[in-house]
Design a protein around this ligand. Structure first.
Ligand SMILES: Cc1cc2nc3c(=O)[nH]c(=O)nc-3n(C[C@H](O)[C@H](O)[C@H](O)COP(=O)(O)OP(=O)(O)OC[C@H]3O[C@@H](n4cnc5c(N)ncnc54)[C@H](O)[C@@H]3O)c2cc1C
Length: 386
């Protein structure tokens, strides 16, 4: 029989993450949203609890967990705050995984233990003002100056960049090679010539984001991460795992919106009965619960393939597309069910709605995921690069 449940030990882990999220994360959310500041101390606390950088092997200071525990952790943090889940995942899943995947032994030993402890924070910088979905338009370059590299250019919409100690920057070392000429570099945030401009967002306001400018930034020769020509492929592989975590975050915020809506539908009385006794409202809730369940099943399928080391690019892309759009629908319906009360700034419902909206915009937009899926069907439409 196919098992749609994870083994019981994962329930124990989920319980401990839920307790942590409710007791230690939730109380910080409102102030962090108001100030538009990521509560960086949480990274340290997650590190102490061995919940940060879950998939980093023990030899580099990580908990040596698997993709299932990473999904559970992401979902439960996403339940209380999508912004905190995103900031944490950029650090713990994206950057730490890139270090594991591409780093030399020396780089892994140097950077990973502090990343796992949460004493140093990381950001990943690929997007530029003129290079969003299309990485061939990246203009940032790194040139070899003999005993050092020089980094010039700019990046846009970079999560965590204001709180990071290090950035992983995607830049061209050889533009003539197209996408194969992209390379990754580890850039200390305090590098001379690096300037930041913090940006303000419509949602996930506690996840900090900024534009970055690099002017003749001198980089050490040991700062290249991985081999030129492999950057695009490596980032693509990490992206498969990161789509699983977008799915987990989407399920987290959708569950939060659904739970609040179900409670509201049972207690709010209009026309002599609870809202949930009107078919129009009860059908919305039925649809929302089905949507969340469908996303969870897609997540379990992609996660089990990933866990077994099997190719799951299309399955992860399908999850990312479905779950991010699902979270948009569910949080929208939650707002409808709550009426005016949900639209007020002191209600978490409007936050879920604003937060979830970003899920289809980053880490491969919905349109790009449709292209990925069409390609997986052997269709050549939108074949702009392999
Ligand atoms: C909250 C947030 C956090 C982010 N954090 C980071 C980060 O930490 N690091 C980082 O590097 N980047 C980050 N990004 C940037 C993100 O990766 C980009 O937004 C994403 O790559 C899309 O680029 P774009 O927004 O410039 O949209 P564009 O690429 O300009 O696209 C605009 C619209 O056109 C559509 N489109 C584009 N190409 C096609 C096509 N071929 N066919 C059909 N439709 C198409 C898109 O789907 C979209 O709807 C973040 C973005 C957001 C919103």
């Amino acid at each position: 029989m196919i098992n749609f449940q994870l083994p019981p030990e994962y329930d124990v882990f989920r319980k401990s993450v839920t307790t942590f999220a409710q007791k230690e994360v939730a109380p910080l959310v409102e102030e962090a949203e108001e100030k538009q500041e990521f509560p960086k101390q949480l990274l340290r606390r997650m590190g102490e609890l061995k919940m940060l950088c879950l998939t980093v092997p023990e030899e580099y200071g990580g908990p040596g967990g698997d993709i299932y525990s990473q999904c559970i952790f992401t979902e439960e943090i996403g339940y209380v705050s999508l912004g905190i889940a995103i900031g944490t995942m950029v650090h713990a899943a994206y950057c730490a995984s890139l270090l594991v995947e591409c780093g030399t032994q020396e780089q892994k030993q140097r950077y990973l233990p502090a990343a796992c402890k949460g004493t140093q924070a990381w950001a990943f910088a690929a997007t530029e003002a003129d290079a969003g979905s299309d990485r061939t338009r990246i203009r940032t370059t790194v040139t070899d100056q003999g005993d050092h590299f020089l980094l010039n250019g700019s990046k846009c919409y970079i999560t965590n960049s204001t709180i990071a100690d290090y950035l992983i920057v995607e830049a061209y070392t050889d533009k003539s090679k197209g996408i194969q000429g992209l390379s990754l570099f580890i850039v200390p945030r305090n590098t001379e010539g690096l300037r930041l401009r913090k940006l303000s967002k419509a949602g996930i306001r506690c996840s900090e984001i900024a534009e970055i400018f690099f002017t003749d930034c001198k980089l050490d020769k040991s700062s290249q991460l991985g081999v030129t020509g492999e950057a695009f492929e490596r980032v693509r592989r990490i992206r498969t795992a990161s789509w699983l975590l977008v799915g987990a975050r989407a399920i987290g915020v959708a569950r939060a919106a659904f739970d609040a809506s179900l409670a509201h539908a049972k207690t709010r009385v209009q026309f002599g009965r609870p809202l949930g006794h009107f078919q129009a409202i009860s059908f919305k809730l039925a649809q929302m619960s089905m949507d969340i369940d469908a996303a969870r099943l897609l997540m379990l399928r992609a996660a089990s393939l990933y866990h077994e080391g099997k190719e799951c690019f299309a399955e992860a892309s399908m999850l990312k597309l479905f779950a991010s759009e699902m979270a948009g629908r569910v949080t929208d319906q939650a707002l409808q069910i709550h009426g005016a009360q949900g639209y007020m700034m002191d209600s978490p419902i409007q936050r879920y709605f604003r937060d979830a909206r970003m899920l289809t915009l980053s880490e491969g937009t919905s349109e790009i995921q449709h292209i990925n899926l069409a390609r997986a069907l052997g269709l050549k439409a939108d074949d702009y690069y392999k």
